[in-house]
Design a protein around this ligand. Structure first.
Ligand code: AMP
Length: 467
């Protein structure tokens, strides 16, 4: 796989080096090859200029190239692939093609939230075009999706499991797919979707354009990319620098038992109106949301155990400003797209430092400034050290008066993350590609898991599987 390396910066702040500032500030969407109907939709969204990843990705995709992009949410990556795809589709004369049930673009995402948001972006940016899109994911009745798949769909956004359900029931035709997007590929692998993806790939036409987006590049992602991409353009955005410069980050050292009181104190004294709070477990996030709500701070939790309807309700209440606090687990929060979310709180640190970067990426998006604070107890100091290593700097520590750490409290081990993905029906009749020889079996999903192994009260409260 030969790579054309285009390394760009994700930053658009005044800290951006002059050369890059010029690169993005002087380019218009029209100059990238987007037609007036798309530009009009972007203007309506208030987008004045493309972000660095868009500057690189849009012309490359329009030129028909495969793409390997190291980018995470907050960089404008969704528009980076949806805009050129819409542009290419807008050039198709649908009155001359038999489009019945022929899906042209397949976008795979790890979560239903992300799938919904990607499809919403497609609708927004394509509102003046004759392009039809559909989103399908699990956890909801499959039958209405079957009806919709019978009609014209140009762009399908799907989670892998539900797509396989349709494939198994022969309610989907992928023979017309000429563009494949794997969005947040690293997260798809983390969630155990590799086998699903390997089953889906052979069902697509061999000649097609492939775009792969991933925040991190493990060996497994590289192997996947090498097997799918054909002479890709490689785009990398400066992921670790972007949040560090756009988001102010602070650590509040606090004893584990005082975290909730400290959170309430921070929200009320600072008069935060919109706060996204990260907890590590479903159970823990439920309990925290309930306690905040009881304390008069309106809060709801979203995580994998909630129904799709409940998750969407919580998200829309939060987006509408009727809910002050949204408590989320890492996986549930993936892809949550809330413009100008000013405050992110790490109630508990994540097990992997990359998740910390994702979390704080929820604020300070597309150039706006944000603030992320982490409530860190003695048990989490190892996790904090890993985060600081990844960020390549020490985070500022600020003790809040009245919440000073009690030096008598000893550290207790955090439980190792457990893998917990609901078992799925084997789909052995689907005839996908076999796993490459020698590849190690991958745990089915990762599930950040908190809890203190020997601190009885704490353990009871924070047990339960992750998102
Ligand atoms: P994403 O990285 O795709 O999750 O996008 C992050 C946020 O940036 C979303 O809220 C987009 O609506 C917004 N966005 C994307 N492109 C632009 C742009 N060129 N100008 C301003 N905002 C943008």
């Amino acid at each position: 796989m030969s790579l054309v390396v285009n390394t760009v910066s994700a930053k658009t702040s005044e800290n951006t080096p002059d050369s890059l500032q010029k690169q993005t500030a002087n380019v218009t969407f029209a100059q990238l090859g987007l037609s007036p109907k798309i530009v009009k939709a972007l203007e309506a969204q208030g987008y004045t200029s493309p972000t660095p990843i868009q500057v690189e990705a849009i012309p490359a995709v329009i030129a028909g190239r495969d793409l390997l992009a190291a980018a995470q949410t907050g960089t404008g990556k969704t528009a980076g692939f949806t805009l050129p795809i819409l542009e290419l589709l807008s050039r198709v004369d649908f009155s001359r093609v038999n489009h019945k049930a022929k899906i042209r673009t397949l976008i795979l995402t790890p979560t239903r939230e992300l799938a919904s948001q990607v499809e919403e972006s497609v609708r927004t940016y394509g509102q003046h075009l004759d392009v039809k899109s559909l989103v399908i994911f699990g956890g909801v009745n499959i039958n209405p999706q079957k009806d919709k798949l019978n009609r014209r769909v140009d762009i399908l956004v799907a989670t892998p499991g539900r797509l396989l359900d349709h494939i198994g029931q022969k309610t989907i035709d992928l023979s017309g797919v000429d563009t494949l997007v794997l969005d947040e590929a690293d997260r798809m692998l983390d969630m155990g979707f590799i086998r699903d993806i390997r089953r889906i790939l052979p069902l697509l036409p061999k000649t097609r354009q492939n775009l792969l987006f991933s925040a991190t590049f493990s060996q497994e992602i590289k192997t996947l990319a090498a097997g799918i991409l054909n002479d890709p353009v490689y785009i990398e955005v400066a992921k670790q620098n972007a949040p560090a410069e756009l988001v102010s980050q602070v650590v509040h050292p606090v004893d584990r038992e005082k975290k909730r009181a400290l959170l309430e104190h921070l929200i009320t004294t600072n008069r935060w109106e919109q706060v996204l709070v990260f907890a590590r477990t479903k159970h823990g996030s439920n309990r925290l949301a309930e306690q905040l709500d009881n304390a008069g701070i309106s809060a709801m939790a979203i995580h994998g155990n909630k129904s799709q309807a409940a998750r969407e309700r919580a998200l829309s209440e939060f987006k509408a400003g009727r809910l002050r606090v949204l408590v989320a687990t890492d996986i549930a929060a993936r892809g949550i797209d809330i413009d100008q979310l000013p405050h992110v709180v790490n109630y508990e640190l994540p097990n992997t430092p990359e998740d910390y970067v994702h979390r704080i990426g929820r604020t300070g998006r597309a150039g706006s400034e944000g603030e992320a604070c982490s409530l860190v107890c003695i048990d989490e100091l190892g996790l904090l050290a890993n985060i600081e290593k990844l960020m390549k700097r020490k985070l500022e520590q600020r003790v809040i008066k009245g919440f000073e750490v009690d030096p008598k409290i000893r550290a207790e081990p955090l439980r190792k993350p457990q893998v917990a993905r609901p078992p799925r029906n084997p789909r052995s009749n689907l005839g996908g590609a076999a796993k490459p020889a020698g590849q190690k079996p991958k745990p089915q999903g990762t599930s950040p898991h908190s809890g203190h192994a020997n601190h009885a009260g704490q353990r009871r409260r924070s047990s339960g599987s992750g998102s």
